[in-house]
Write a protein that binds this ligand. Sequence first.
Ligand code: 13P
Length: 255
Amino acid sequence: MRKVIIAGNWKMNKTTTEAIELANGLKRELYKIDDIGIVICPPFTAIDEVAEVVYESNIGLGAQNIHWEDAGAFTGEVSAPMIKELGCVYVILGHSERRQYFHETNETVDKKLKSALKHGLTPIVCVGESLEEREGGRTFDVIRDHVTNSLEGLTPEDAKKIIIAYEPVWAIGTGKTATPEQAQEVHAFIRGLLTELFGRETAEEITIQYGGSVKPGNIVELINQKDIDGALVGGASLDVKSFSEIVKNCSRKGA
Ligand code: 13P
């Protein structure tokens, strides 16, 4: 059985003061939940302080990006050992916003993935098609390209340590969620690709999250799909009530 993992991607939101408040609120609301993996990914500036808040709690900590080198002359960048030392266990890689605005490619995602694994971090590798690509009937080609090339050179053993997030770009921040059937279709396709690449046993173990306008009201029907194992939540992760409800709606304990 794959564990359901709900991760909050705070993107470029929350000052450190605001981040501490949000993390404290989540800790209060979610301390009883033990059957769902809960992860929050604050901006770099707040990670250190948020790490103190969630220390020894059931909330895991992640970053939103890393550079592939451990150290060096890369102005403005942050590396895997740096976030690891602060207490991060997860790192989001290849988010569509990074692919779109910061020239992230499958090749750089792959290099970052190798660095994350080298340092014992769990990468959340994002893949997904744009509206134009979907409407042009190219969804499966884009997903195949993202998955095979972002995971290039990975061994089955390492593949078991990663999380994939399927985020259709047209559903991010738009209020347009993929229908559960649309999402399941792509998740099943991703599971098939992972089977081709790493074998069935490994593919069955990999958590595949859905992301794109996930809310308390639509998480249950998404999570009930066979190959949807969690969510990567943007906007709704910035509020204690909505993120907690998403997590609780996936948990057998409920509220
Ligand atoms: P929204 O939940 O705001 O649509 O964002 C999804 C996302 O990009 C998470 O990484």
